[in-house]
Design a protein around this ligand. Structure first.
Ligand code: GLN
Length: 496
């Protein structure tokens, strides 16, 4: 069989968990075709989706032709890029021309995007195939996908637990094997926290390196698109295919030179404030375990104090709702959103918004509108901006001394459905470790490193100064091989 039917061998190996560079090599060597891999990921979806519900929409039929075109390119030795023929899932707040972008909201259930987000154009230019759109907390507000109007996504490791959020669908489908990689968006941790809960890699790039054009805005000064993958090298590949200046995003960065952290004999700071109360023993142990491995490699580990990280949830929950209240004003039944008729235009808008938004979104709009209102602006939003600036300075100063910072990605392993939905503060606390990177703008990555005492995935988060993304990814890749985490979830009796 191995001689006469190499594809069969390819299928036996679960190609969907291989690094993209290896898949590309199989394509080039004619040991596997993009259309076969595409079929394999959809076979996998048929097993997993009824349990996981990671995709809101699957594009199987439409893309088969594209997969066959990719086959032809490889046959001629003319593939477009390394991503040619790679099935990638897209969070449903990123626009793909001709497809629905619902943001998991009733408000947008009938919206079909007339254009591609810049990241989609760039991935299409590389030949990537899209498996479909993935589930999220409504308008990316949440940490569990319980806020999706279309039902939650389940964690592939244990379906009684949440996959994290808001990019819960994107993380779950990569973990479950129904996509090779996915795109998520991260405003306060929405790539890294679900990646951690699902035992996969999640990377939030430096703010402004990846265009936000075509991403439905939540909090514009914090939002960033990034990859969720099985391997760090895949995250690097997808990041580098998407990044780069885009004149259609006013906050898009022009490539700038920054002093890069060291790859050998680096100095790494464990953030003291993210190893205290509220962080589980398992999560702390994981950071110490990884720190020991790094020390054995010749890196220096020190403890650092960044006192303002303790304020990050308070700062975030003023800035993010303030920006969201402005961004979501466009969903009024005139510019965007499913219109509910009323006898006057203001009644129509009131009914449209009352009917279209779920409770978490409404709460954030109210909070943000209040924080921005005349008389309170300076006391709330203004103060939050000042605290954010001070926090940025705290991090800039610490990077004078250390190359990287390390912390748990999440305070605990994945929680059960309903466990935190009644306790808002506890739910918000699940982003304690991830929010600082958004407020500061620096890159941050979550790398799976082990299992908790309950057998659920645990990760560590590594951060580095802004504009050092590729160095952070190089460093993370060496950490990934040091840790050698190879566990996979078992879904419906089948290992991913
Ligand atoms: N969980 C955080 C929130 O609810 C972060 C969400 C995100 O990063 N999109 O706002």
């Amino acid at each position: 069989w191995s001689i006469c039917c190499p594809t069969f061998i390819g299928l036996m190996m679960n190609n969907y968990k291989l690094p993209i560079s290896k898949i590309n090599q199989l394509f080039k060597n004619k040991e596997l075709n993009p259309s076969e891999l595409y079929a394999e990921t959809f076979e996998r979806a048929a097993i997993t989706e009824s349990i996981i519900h990671g995709h809101l929409e699957l594009f199987q039929e439409e893309n088969l032709k594209k997969a066959l075109n990719s086959d032809k390119r490889y046959e001629k030795g003319k593939n477009l890029g390394t991503l040619d023929g790679i099935p990638i899932a897209i969070k449903d707040n990123i626009n793909i021309s001709g497809y629905a972008t619902t943001c998991s909201s009733k408000m947008l259930s009938n919206y079909i995007s007339p254009y591609d987000a810049t990241v989609i154009t760039r991935l299409k230019n590389e030949g990537a195939l899209f498996t479909g759109k993935t589930n999220l907390d409504e308008f990316a507000m949440g940490s569990s996908t319980e806020n999706s109007a279309f039902g939650p996504t389940k964690n592939p490791w244990d379906s009684s637990r949440v996959p994290g959020g808001s990019s819960g669908g994107s993380a779950a489908v990569v973990s479950a094997g129904s996509a090779i990689a996915s795109l998520g968006s991260d405003t306060g941790g929405s790539i890294r926290q679900p990646a951690s809960f699902c035992g996969v890699v999640g990377f939030k790039p430096t703010y402004g390196t990846v265009s936000r054009f075509g991403l439905v805005a939540f909090a514009s000064s914090l939002d960033q698109i990034g990859p969720i993958t099985n391997h760090v090298e895949d995250a690097r590949l997808i990041f580098n295919s998407m990044k780069g200046h885009d004149p259609r995003d006013a906050t898009s960065l022009i490539e700038s030179k920054a002093k890069q952290p060291k790859l050998k004999n680096a100095k790494i700071g464990i953030i003291k404030e993210l190893m205290e109360d509220g962080i589980s023993e398992d999560a702390k142990k994981e950071v110490h375990k990884v720190a020991k491995l790094l020390e054995a490699e010749g890196h220096e580990i020190i403890e650092v104090s960044l006192p303002l990280t303790k304020m990050s949830i308070s700062i975030y929950y003023l800035i993010a709702p303030a920006e969201c209240s402005a961004n979501l004003s466009r969903f009024d039944g005139v510019r965007y959103g499913n219109r509910v008729p009323g006898s006057t235009s203001s009644e129509m808008m009131e009914l449209t918004r009352a009917n279209g938004f779920g409770p978490e979104v409404k709460k954030r709009i109210l909070l943000g509108t209040y924080a921005l209102s005349a008389g309170y602006y300076d006391a709330y939003y203004g103060q939050a901006l000042k605290a954010r600036a001070m926090m940025k300075k705290e991090f800039t100063d610490i990077y004078e001394d250390v190359d990287y910072l390390i912390s748990p990605t999440t305070p605990s392993d994945p929680f059960k459905f309903g466990e935190k939905s009644d306790n808002q503060l506890e739910m918000y606390m699940s982003d304690l470790c991830t929010i600082p990177a958004n407020l500061v703008g620096m890159p941050a990555i979550s790398i799976p490193t082990g299992l908790s005492s309950q057998g659920l995935p645990l990760s560590v988060q590594i951060m580095s100064p802004s504009n050092t993304d590729n160095t952070l990814l190089d460093f993370s890749e060496s950490l990934e091989s040091l840790v050698a985490f190879t566990e996979e979830p078992v879904i419906n009796g089948v290992v991913s």
